[in-house]
Ligand binder design. Structure first.
Ligand code: ARG
Length: 464
């Protein structure tokens, strides 16, 4: 059977190259299942409104159920049909004859059909993504709970900055992933509207009950404007933006794992399954999963850029350009959906080297801020003066009492020894565990403050 849609208005044959250029068959496999559901809902809608007689309705439903049970036959994906919607219609007409099969497309266009399919498919993907995010968040919380006392260095500018704990570090990532969850949940409400019944853009003179077909397909309501319903792809852009944000965070965590697993840093040992070796260097254990995931974040961001760029110049309503967007949407959500469970696995199976972390926690004068704070709290100095004194002592290479005293005289013209500072106090203050322990306010790394964060996030997770 040839492409029936062309036969009225258009003449002649087309080359395979031309057909291939126009076809969306590869991506249509992604929405083909949804398309059968859309067909069934539309058919039931036609029945309900008495737009179709019982005989063709029965024949069509039987054929659709058969396609659903046994799969859409390969010939429906022949590129001469351009898309699965036309290919499947040809296949239905083959099976039940044009007198019956030619009635399914009453009051419908491929424009509302494809928009409905994409939304159905996207809703499934979003639910799966929120589930994967929940697993990742649970893993981060579990590992964090085991490491509330694991002191490690925290960094700004990738320079040793102040001590923190592994729990506090991982919870920072969990916070971001919980926001990604919230973003997807909010976006879901906007994806969850049915374009079906909008037809080409102007709706239809057939008395379709759009709320009925929307409900059959599990949508919360019909899209309120039929032109917007076929033309809008901001729902896709929104979800791609959400997956881009999520993958950007995933990529940063992957970057930590790559860095932390180097011999220089040595904070983590990744499970062998998440690593590859070298074809020439027999000793190699490379963090390839983390690296691919870091790159995948770029692919997903590229999908968002492509989607925005495809849509931005389009006037109302449907334009064929929109077909070119769907593969990017698929690439974006699939990139995230492949990555997030692997990230959970990688974190959950990693071995953290707590001794290395502890050894690094005090490096680079990482507790200097605490010493300055103590000069303020216990010895009455203005913070800026204390900051200058401690900074000058570090410039001289040490934070022992003699150097700090010299720095105080030099940089502020005062004596901290006269004010009562002694070596014992300095030693206590410079202990990384002490610096963590006193940072006990809301959001801080002290074990008790972190325990509150874990509890709050577990509660949020239970509600998500
Ligand atoms: N394959 C098309 C797409 O993805 C389906 C809609 C085709 N509509 C049209 N007027 N040619 O957008």
């Amino acid at each position: 059977r040839s492409d029936q849609i062309r036969q009225g208005r258009l003449a002649g044959e087309r080359s395979g190259d031309l057909e291939h250029f126009l076809a969306s068959m590869e991506t249509d496999r992604w929405i083909a299942e949804a398309d059968l559901l859309v067909d069934m809902a539309h058919l039931l809608g036609l029945v309900r409104q008495d737009i179709i007689n019982e005989a063709p309705a029965r024949a069509l439903m039987a054929a659709l159920l058969d396609l659903h049970d046994h799969g859409i036959p390969e010939e429906a994906f022949d590129e001469k049909f351009e898309d699965v919607h036309a290919g499947k219609e040809a296949c239905l007409i083959d099976r039940v004859g044009e007198d019956f099969g030619g009635r399914l497309h009453m009051g419908r266009s491929r424009n509302d059909e494809v928009a409905t399919c994409i939304r159905i498919r996207l809703k499934e993907e979003m639910i799966a993504l929120v589930r994967s995010l929940a697993d990742l968040r649970r893993t981060l919380l579990d590992v964090a709970a085991a490491h509330t006392e694991t002191v490690m260095p925290g960094f700004t500018h990738l320079q040793h900055a102040q001590p923190t704990t592994l729990a506090h570090y991982l919870l920072a990532y969990e916070q971001a992933f919980s926001r990604d969850t919230a973003r997807l949940r909010e976006a879901y409400a906007r994806v969850d509207v049915s374009p079906l019944g909008s037809a080409a853009f102007a709706s239809t003179g057939f008395p379709l009950d759009r709320a009925y077909t929307a409900a059959l397909l599990g949508f919360s309501r019909p899209a309120p404007n039929s032109m917007d319903a076929v033309a809008a792809r901001d729902f896709a852009i929104e979800v791609l933006a959400d997956t881009t944000a999520m993958m950007t965070t995933a990529s940063r965590l992957c970057e930590e794992l790559v860095l932390w697993s180097t011999a220089f840093v040595g904070f983590v040992q990744l499970e062998d399954a998440y690593c590859s070796s070298s074809s020439i260097m027999p000793q190699k254990k490379n963090p390839d999963v983390a690296e691919i995931m870091r790159a995948k974040a770029g692919t997903v961001a590229g999908a968002l850029t492509a989607a925005v760029t495809i849509v931005k110049g389009l006037p109302m309503s449907y334009n064929r350009d929109l077909q070119e967007l769907t593969p990017h949407l698929r690439r974006g959500v699939e990139g995230a959906q492949q990555s997030i469970p692997l990230l959970a696995g990688m974190i959950g199976t990693a071995t953290f080297n707590t001794e290395r972390m502890a050894a690094e926690a005090g490096r680079g004068f990482s507790t200097a801020t605490e010493l300055a704070d103590v000069l303020v709290r216990e010895y009455g100095l203005p913070f800026r003066t204390a900051h200058r004194i401690v900074g000058r002592a570090v410039r001289h290479g040490s934070l022992d009492l003699a150097t700090v005293e010299g720095a105080a005289r030099e940089a502020a013209g005062i004596s901290v020894v006269e004010r009562g500072l002694n070596q014992e106090r300095i030693d206590a203050v410079l202990d990384p565990a002490h610096a963590v322990a006193v940072r006990s306010i809301v959001g801080g790394p002290a074990p008790a403050a972190v325990a509150v964060q874990i509890d709050e996030q577990r509660e949020l997770l239970a509600r998500d």
